[in-house]
Design a protein around this ligand. Structure first.
Ligand code: ZN
Length: 666
């Protein structure tokens, strides 16, 4: 659908959302505090709060006994003060009476013990009782607040995640496998169960992988993870259906947790109107320069942004000061709040929202960063930072609804992550898939390219360059799409570990990269050597002269068929064999890199590939990030100095931790 016609989208766009999660139910006996909250919110430029995330037991203190009057008052007060509400369904944390009366709603863990009530996300999403209770409370909320003028958007549950192995979930897993494989013979074939004498005679014999059970059937591990996502999506959509039916014009989101490995977020997004996520970087840590933390955060923003490329995403949670759950919880140093918040906008967010507005007095999150501290005043440094941000965002309303555009895509695929994590081969301690993908994104960003991050089954039309690092698990459709992308004129870069196994982790026969990519790249891999951290080998990249770059971890021994050699190994028994190749195919080119290079080497290869596709390559000063947002007739360029040094760019100085926004009329 054209976003301009999307009535749900129109409801939230037009201003940058500023504010965050507010838990007034913790302070109902302190009307003086609630009154102060409103006063301070207005002072801080708050235009949005998220309410009701943990309110189930307040709404329904006993089974079937409902109390909404307190929320009516809060919603009304928000509206009277010009503050919009993102209203959560309260299903992230159920009431204690429910666990006591219906113990089947509680999850069964990996060790097959029942998880007793925890703080949040402790319920079985497949439990019939839990679903019934969810339907009831969601229906009541949607009917009561669906037409409330303060309501901006629904926020389904909270930080969906985790797994359950209760009898209901086990049976659903078996049903999922039955639907997928139809016969047990087919499952045995795809899971290769004759190894260790494990063929199943019947689906009823299959259990989820557990702590007590061997977990070395890769196909089962992968299918279990797929099932967990499928099941969570099914649950999430059961909530969305209720909200849609009663309030068809109210948009729906749920808050993702960065690169959370337990759910394939790319499979969860269809029913959501807008992507939102929670970002909690460890700013000014002692293990990486500040610039790297900013780069990593930009990468995570790019993952979220790329899920729905026709619209901005929302930064749903961020800490206005320190969090409480890192190993060391540092205060945000001066300037970091401003720069990190504007970075989110630069990367495509239409919001800066916090967890949380006010610190509670007790329990786990009593010390999690908040706009209002236990001191209870508007005089703190943190409050001033937030107030300044509110002012800054008011001046940026013109940016709302604008989006990023790029001709370069990098593949980052959850199923591939899981398969690599589970593989029993090569360098067990140095798999580093996430790090490899984010490193590529960072190098591109450092050179003026803000790439999209896509799943392996994405549509690559419109891109000039696709980079597919470590695409170990290769699905037939992906192989076809990538080959088509190349033959139609695209420039593809594949790397070591590409196309080793099919979608159920069976190894490809007849050489890797499998499933036709051997022809795309014009080569096959005969062996792979793994390096100890103390070992050294080098790649000699032919680029007029020979440039030498250090190799770490992986060296594939390549046999070229049609590909041209553009670089060779400089040492070991595979000295002088290809490490970098280029294959002309159809109207395009397919590059292949057989080894893991350090950042300088990888930058050299990426530059070569981008130049091959006529992509601008602009080496920015170290620590300068450049992001662009495109509107119908404007481009907004954000220049962010992520260092504490003055940086010079285009003959102008950018202050330490400084920001420049340039508006161009098209
Ligand atoms: Zn369950």
């Amino acid at each position: 659908m054209d976003i301009k016609q999307d009535t749900r989208w129109k409801r939230i766009t037009g201003r940058i959302l500023h504010g965050g999660e507010y838990n007034p139910e913790q302070w109902l006996d302190r009307p003086d505090i609630l009154e102060k909250d409103l006063e301070y919110m207005k002072e801080a430029g708050v235009n949005t709060v998220t309410l009701g995330v943990f309110s189930w037991s307040m709404y329904e203190p006993e089974e079937g006994v409902y109390r909404f009057e307190w929320m009516d008052q809060i919603m009304d007060r928000m509206y009277e003060n010009g503050i919009g509400v993102i209203l959560a369904t309260p299903t992230g944390a159920g009431p204690v009476w429910m666990d006591q009366k219906y113990p089947e709603v509680m999850r069964v863990g990996k060790k097959y013990g029942v998880s007793l009530s925890r703080l949040c996300q402790s319920h079985c999403m497949n439990s019939r009782v839990f679903r019934e209770k969810t339907e009831k409370i969601d229906t009541l909320l949607a009917k009561r607040y669906g037409k409330h003028p303060a309501l901006l958007m629904w926020h389904v549950s909270n930080q969906l995640g985790g797994e359950c192995r209760c009898p209901v979930c086990q049976e659903r897993f078996r049903g999922y496998l039955r639907d997928k494989y139809k016969t047990i013979e087919r499952l045995n074939q795809e899971w290769w169960t004759t190894v260790w004498s494990r063929p199943f005679q019947d689906f009823s014999q299959i259990n989820p992988p557990s702590a007590q059970d061997e977990e070395r059937i890769h196909g089962r591990s992968l299918d279990w993870k797929r099932f967990v996502t499928w099941s969570m999506k099914d649950y999430m959509e059961s909530e969305i259906r209720i909200l849609r039916e009663i309030t068809p014009d109210v948009p729906v989101t749920t808050n993702f947790m960065s690169l959370y490995p337990g759910l394939d977020y790319h499979r969860m997004i269809d029913g959501l109107d807008i992507i939102s996520w929670n970002s909690y970087p460890a700013w000014d840590n002692d293990y990486e320069p500040l610039t790297e933390t900013f780069f990593q955060t930009a990468f995570e923003h790019a993952v979220m942004r790329s899920m729905k490329r026709d619209r901005p995403f929302l930064l749903m949670e961020s800490a206005p000061s320190q969090v409480s759950w890192h190993s060391i919880n540092k205060a945000k140093k001066p300037g970091i709040h401003r720069l990190s918040s504007i970075q989110a906008i630069a990367c495509g967010s239409d919001s800066v929202l916090y967890f949380q507005w006010r610190k509670g007095r007790g329990a786990y999150e009593q010390c999690h960063g908040a706009v209002i501290d236990h001191l209870g005043t508007n005089t703190t440094r943190v409050f001033r930072d937030v107030r300044d941000m509110g002012e800054a965002l008011k001046a940026m309303e013109c940016i709302c609804g604008t989006v990023s555009k790029t001709e370069v895509a990098v593949i980052f695929d959850w199923e591939n992550r899981w398969a690599i994590q589970d593989m029993a081969r090569f360098s067990q301690g140095r798999k580093n898939y996430d790090e490899t993908v984010s490193e590529i994104y960072k190098i591109l960003l450092q050179n003026g390219i803000d790439a999209d991050i896509l799943p392996s089954d994405a549509d690559f039309k419109g891109y000039k360059v696709v980079i597919a690092p470590m695409l170990y698990l290769l699905k037939p459709q992906t192989a076809k799409n990538l080959d088509c992308f190349v033959t139609e004129g695209g420039c593809l870069l594949g790397t070591y570990l590409t196309g080793y196994v099919n979608e159920n982790t069976l190894c490809y026969l007849g050489g890797c990269p499998g499933d036709g990519l051997r022809e795309t790249f014009g080569l096959y891999t005969e062996e792979i050597d793994c390096l100890y951290p103390s070992e050294e080998n080098y790649a000699g990249i032919l680029n007029g002269t020979v440039e030498t770059f250090r190799i770490v971890d992986y060296c594939e021994i390549l046999k070229t068929e049609n590909a041209e050699t553009k670089g060779v190994y400089l040492d070991d028994f595979y000295k002088n064999t290809p490490v970098l190749t280029k294959n002309f195919r159809g109207k395009g080119r397919a590059w292949y890199l057989g080894a893991r290079l350090m950042r300088d080497g990888m930058a050299s290869v990426l530059k070569r590939v981008c130049k091959d596709a006529d992509i601008d390559w602009e080496e920015l000063p170290e620590g300068l990030e450049k992001h662009k947002r495109y509107g119908a007739d404007r481009i907004y360029t954000f220049l962010l100095n992520t260092t504490r040094e003055m940086l010079r760019y285009n003959e102008e100085d950018i202050e330490p931790l400084g920001i420049r926004i340039i508006e161009e009329v098209l």
